[in-house]
Design a protein around this ligand. Structure first.
Ligand code: NAP
Length: 329
């Protein structure tokens, strides 16, 4: 068991293969998936945010290879990630400037997509809200501005992009796929900034999912586990810089009570986390693809290692006192 959608949430359709453990089985399952659903992909277009690198960049290529027209939103269109996608010189790979924090850029993206769609009256099949950042730091060390900054991208960016594209997605009776995190379901010390933003994404998606049934639009959550080693979301340099910021930003009282050694230890811990987790991001990419192509997608997907899957379910379902005793105290 390396990746799990909650089986109870998928209506009876077993035509899409479940995730399997070996690389060979994974590839077979993925090819089967492509075969059983390819007919539906042709002519469909998907907008993805955060395609400069990481999951978004790889997903743009994977969906393009499957036959989708991809609108690849990039934070910096002049940089390597965007250039690489442009260099594919494909009519079905359309790179656009898209900072999810900017009302103006999001509005321009909607106009761009409308203009480029072959049949705009049929709408846009999918939006994948992938753009995101992470950070760490205990509550007493974290300034309110940091909470705002992270939520601005992860949460309000998701809301902004979704609202702007929903009329097009409703027209297509399509899909909204929101990349949350296991930290949108469970929490961890020093991750409150990130957890607050991802719990928000989960709540937003759950409400929208219920609102959208009447329109035939599916709203799907992807809750990846630890893929730090696979993407560039946190770097060793980034950890050093953040550690320094935490210490400098703390009040005198907090500095005296916790001591510098506390932050030094946290930096060491976070650095070991940087290279940890799954190195292969295909579980995430395949789950997002399934969410877009399956006739009956799950409401939530949990691409993660068995360790995190067990921890997620223990922490999410057992009484908090028991879960904390097992994992935290
Ligand atoms: N990696 C993991 O272990 C993990 C686990 C759970 C969930 N996730 C979630 O998965 C998503 C993708 O993460 P990743 O690991 O692929 O991270 P990543 O490699 O850092 O990629 C994130 C992407 O988002 C872009 N971005 C940042 N701020 C943006 C903004 N304001 N507007 C538009 N794009 C912006 C980044 O652009 P630049 O490169 O230019 O900064 C980058 O292309 C995130 O939502 C993250 O929270 C990741």
């Amino acid at each position: 068991m390396t990746s799990t959608g909650a089986p109870s949430e998928r209506p009876q359709d077993e035509s899409v293969p479940k995730h399997s453990t070996s690389a060979h089985e994974k590839r077979m399952a993925h090819e089967q998936l492509a075969v059983c659903c390819l007919g539906q992909v042709e002519g469909k277009a998907v907008l993805i945010t955060g395609c400069d690198k990481g999951f978004g960049h790889a997903l743009a290529k994977q969906l393009h290879a499957k036959g989708f027209t991809v609108f690849a939103g990039c934070l910096q269109t002049g940089e390597n990630g965007a250039r690489e996608l442009e260099s594919m010189q494909s009519d079905r790979m359309k790179v656009l400037q898209l900072n999810v924090c900017s009302d103006q850029e999001v509005a321009q993206a909607v106009e761009f997509v409308k203009k480029k769609l072959k049949e705009p009256e049929k709408g846009l099949w999918g939006v994948v809200n992938n753009a995101g950042v992470t950070t760490f730091g205990d509550v007493e060390f974290t300034r309110l501005d940091k909470y705002r900054e992270v939520a601005d991208i992860n949460l309000w960016g998701t809301v902004r992009v979704t609202q702007a594209f929903l009329p097009l997605v409703r027209r297509a009776r399509g899909r909204v796929v929101n990349v949350s995190s296991m930290y949108g379901r469970i929490v961890s010390p020093s991750r409150s900034c990130y957890c607050v933003s991802k719990f928000g994404v989960s709540a937003f998606s759950d409400c929208l999912r219920q609102e959208m049934y009447r329109w035939g639009v599916r709203v799907i959550l992807i809750e990846p586990g630890n893929f730090m080693a696979a993407t560039g979301i946190l770097t060793r340099d980034g950890v050093d810089a953040r550690g320094e910021e935490l210490w400098r930003g703390a009040s005198k009282t907090v500095q005296e009570d916790y001591g510098k050694a506390y932050i030094t230890h946290q930096i060491t811990q976070m650095k070991s986390f940087v290279g940890s987790g799954l190195k292969d991001m295909s579980l995430v990419l395949n789950d997002i693809t399934d969410a877009l192509v399956s006739k009956r997608p799950y409401n939530r997907y949990n691409p993660m290692s068995a360790y995190w899957w067990v921890k997620l379910h223990i922490m999410a379902h057992l009484p908090t006192a028991v879960a904390d005793w097992l994992y935290i105290r």
